[in-house]
Design a protein around this ligand. Structure first.
Ligand code: NAD
Ligand code: IPM
Ligand code: MN
Length: 350
């Protein structure tokens, strides 16, 4: 059985996963590691961004580590064959509905953020993003021609009680092991899904999690508060689209989008999907300068959440911190190290 399936993907995906692989081989030499084609490169070679074989291999592994997918090369591919469609298919195929996106400001990077040091120093915010529902998947969705000219595009935002309750449960459980505070972000002031979201979260809180502090916040205000005073937050639970946007904003608090890992989890006992939250970064792909830390820290999350090796995860986290303390910086963090040199720096600390 494969312990760790790597899906390097496109753009900087292969560059950053190669460093995560080196780290994995060094810290856990007993892990069995395999690779499979995924994303645009899989579409080019095999006609689909997510083949049945790759999905089956992902479901059979203990953990899956994905690099990044997409890029301008595939902008004219049929919509259901685009790399991003493959990623959505992988998430639903694996049933990983709970996306944990931790925005942690490493102490040595407190000056690397575009925000003032005092605002981000010590930041430890966990965004819990619903990952397999909402407007990303709702039907109907289409673009149609209008008889009088012009076109009409439709996406559908949809959530059920079950979907909201299970993601809220993840947030409350996580909060209990942290600072015991959950912010639930939606747009209950304008959206029906937001209204149901608020009702279901309130209800679950009353029934089972009254010991956890709960605050409802409108998603637009949440975006503002994330840049105004991010340290007020502990766990923030939100839907698929708001979670996508708010987590990119939160990433910048940590110094760079290249720092933020994620874990996507499903039912207990099923494999998790681990991915940096950044994309394939076509503007720097192939130049060997991408920051591999989001990928390396995604592997750290895999050790913790799927591979049952929290001891090694702690060790790896500390090694990353020490590498940063020693001054290791890729260009996105204001430094000069290449992707490989950043991998070297983490390996040296291990
Ligand atoms: P992006 O995240 O790829 O890049 C945004 C900016 O951040 C760019 O300037 C890029 O150079 C920089 N950046 C990102 N990761 C970095 C890293 N590790 N080190 C240094 N700098 C980094 O977002 P985009 O440009 O909007 O999207 C590019 C493509 O990636 C699109 O096709 C998009 O759909 C796809 N995408 C994929 C994923 C994923 O696979 N999980 C996530 C986001 C976007
Ligand atoms: C992310 C990405 C993806 C998303 C895209 C590439 C499908 O932006 O993982 O944050 O929107 O979920
Ligand atoms: Mn995103």
């Amino acid at each position: 059985m494969t312990d760790l399936l790597l899906l390097p993907g496109d753009g900087i995906g292969p560059e950053v996963t190669a460093q995560a692989r080196r780290v994995a081989e060094a810290i856990a030499p007993d892990l069995s590691i395999a690779e499979a084609p995924f994303g645009g490169i899989s579409f080019d070679q095999l006609g689909s961004p997510l083949t049945d074989e790759t999905l089956a291999a992902a479901k059979a592994a203990k953990a899956v580590l994905m690099g990044a997918v997409g890029g301008p090369q595939w902008k004219d591919a049929p919509r259901d064959k685009r790399p991003e469609a493959g990623l959505l298919g992988l998430r639903t195929g694996m049933g990983v509905f709970a996306n944990l996106r931790p925005a942690i400001c490493f102490q040595p990077l407190a000056d690397a953020s575009s925000l003032k040091r005092e605002l981000v120093e010590g930041l430890d915010l966990m965004i819990v993003r619903e990952l397999t529902g909402g407007v990303y998947f709702g039907q109907p969705r289409f673009i149609e021609d209008l008889p009088g000219g012009g076109r009409r595009a439709v996406d559908t935002q949809v959530y059920t009680t079950m979907e909201i309750e299970r993601i809220a449960r993840v947030a409350f459980e996580l909060a209990r092991g942290r600072r015991n505070k959950v912010h639930s972000a939606e747009k209950s002031n304008v959206m029906e899904t937001g209204l149901l979201w608020r009702e279901v979260v309130t209800d679950l809180h009353k029934r089972e999690y009254a010991d956890v502090e709960l605050e409802h916040i409108l998603a637009d205000n949440a975006a503002m508060q994330i840049v105004k005073n991010p340290k007020q937050f502990d766990v923030m639970v939100t839907d698929n689209l708001f979670g996508d946007i708010l987590s990119d904003a939160a990433a910048q608090l940590t110094g760079s989008l290249g720092m933020l890992p994620s874990a996507a989890l499903g039912a207990p006992g099923t494999p998790g999907l681990y991915e940096p939250i950044h994309g394939s970064a076509p503007d720097i792909a192939g130049r060997g300068i991408a920051n591999p830390l989001a990928a390396i820290l995604s592997f750290e999350m895999a050790l913790r959440w799927s591979l049952n090796r929290a001891d090694l995860a702690d060790k790896l986290f500390a090694a990353v911190n020490r590498a940063l303390e020693a001054g290791a910086r890729t260009p996105d963090l204001g430094g000069k190290l290449t992707t490989i040199q950043m991998g070297d720096a983490v390996l040296a600390e291990l």
